[in-house]
Write a protein that binds this ligand. Structure first.
Ligand code: NAD
Length: 381
């Protein structure tokens, strides 16, 4: 077995990432020079809540291939605040009623929907009909049917579609994918991911209402655990069974609190997902024939942290970049140059198929639900 010390491990990481970047014309600089691109795409954010204000707008200040050009908000008091803070001209400010007139605004290339989950479909479809490229936050929508409607609207209007899965362009995720591809520890046998937090009074109320959120912890955090297991396994699940636990039924009246799900993957990997609004979890464990790799934390904003059964820490020898900046630059490059889309609509739809199968299994007392996904939504970059 090849011995990798910490120095060579880091060199290999750098080579792996740089190689991947060259092979796929990948925009992810990871501290490397990613080349010239004159045009910057103008992005309009729809919904100026916690995530848009706390993460996406600041990330856009550092992006190379896109910038914050406009806003769409239902709260008039936010207009001036955002215009002043981000130097946004009045003509690029919209509300939910006049949003469709964004079609006439050439300064806006992309609409990024950061609204409560149940509003993603309506605004993605309106953006596509206005001729704008679309990014929708996760979960892509609240049902597979809504995902189909978004995908169709984007196809019919000839615009590109991405999901806000920031982990797909994170270097730690890329490294887990490399382990799956290059097999330094052999084939994957088992994957496990926990994703949850303890919801308190600070949680935005729509997250506890099914009509806005579509579900509870599973819709919010569970998609991360599902994604982790899929990129850990390097394949899609072929069957799934699930159980729900409610320890605070008076608080989680309308949505799920805690769910566990077991999956078998097309390559015979076994997987376990845990998600909760009443327990913390933020990890990915991948067991291979000759060892293991663990990320903990695995899907927060970073920096992430990882280690292997060989006693090495997974570290990246360059300045850390904002996850959302990497995500947005990768999407912008996809639109501008046709480079890979790291999180296409099919990936978001696949995850909703899995979510719906989990709810179905729970409703049927933990019955195993078969899945026929093929390679849907698997992006091998
Ligand atoms: P939030 O509650 O902080 O913001 C929601 C925004 O939608 C607010 O500006 C609010 O005014 C607006 N809104 C419009 N109509 C509304 C209505 N009827 N009810 C409630 N709000 C309404 O939520 P958030 O945390 O910013 O989440 C927004 C989306 O982003 C969700 O889909 C969420 O899953 C996603 N998100 C993704 C990440 C990630 O890491 N990718 C992180 C957080 C949130």
């Amino acid at each position: 077995m090849e011995k990798i010390n910490r120095r060579t491990f880091n060199i290999k990481l750098t080579q792996g990432l740089a190689g991947a970047a060259l092979l796929s014309n990948m925009p992810l600089s990871y501290g490397l020079n990613s080349g010239k691109q004159d045009k910057k795409l103008g992005i309009a954010l729809v919904g100026l809540g916690g995530y848009a204000g706390g993460q996406i707008a600041p990330a856009l200040l550092n992006a190379q291939h896109c910038y914050l050009a406009g806003i769409v908000t239902g709260t008039p008091s936010k207009e001036k605040e955002w215009m002043d803070k981000y130097n946004i001209p009045r003509e690029n400010v919209y509300n939910y009623e006049n949003f469709d007139s964004i079609a006439k605004n050439d300064a806006i290339d992309v609409v990024y929907v950061v609204l409560p989950n149940s509003m993603h479909a309506e605004f993605c479809i309106r953006a596509a009909r206005a001729g704008k490229h679309v990014i929708t936050e996760k979960p892509m929508a609240t049902s597979v049917a809504e995902c189909d409607a978004i995908i169709n609207a984007c196809k019919e209007n000839g615009v590109k579609l991405g999901v806000g899965y920031r982990m797909q362009t994170d270097p730690y995720t890329q490294e887990i994918k490399r382990y799956g591809k290059e097999k330094p520890l052999g084939n994957v046998k088992y994957v496990r991911s926990d994703s949850g937090f303890i919801a308190g009074s600070w949680i935005t109320p729509w997250r506890l209402q099914k009509k806005y959120a579509g579900g509870g912890a599973l819709m919010d955090m569970g998609v991360y655990a599902i994604q982790c297991c899929i990129y850990g396994a390097g394949a899609n699940p072929v069957s799934i069974s699930a159980q729900e636990f409610k320890t605070k039924p008076d608080y989680f009246i309308d949505v799920d609190e805690t769910i566990t799900a077991q999956m078998k993957f097309s390559n015979d990997v076994i997987g376990n997902v845990f998600t909760s609004y009443n327990a913390n979890g933020n990890n990915l464990f991948v067991s291979y024939e000759r060892g293991w790799v663990e990320l903990n934390p695995a899907h927060s904003y970073g920096p992430l942290s990882g280690r292997t059964s060989r006693g090495e820490e997974i570290k990246f020898p360059f300045q850390r970049q904002y996850q959302q900046t990497l995500q947005l630059d990768a999407y912008a490059q996809h639109v501008l140059t046709g480079s890979p889309n790291y999180a296409p609509g099919e990936m978001g739809k696949r995850d909703l198929i899995i979510v719906e199968a989990i709810y179905k299994s729970i409703a049927e007392g933990g019955k195993t639900i078969p899945l026929d996904l093929g390679d849907m939504g698997i992006v091998r970059v």
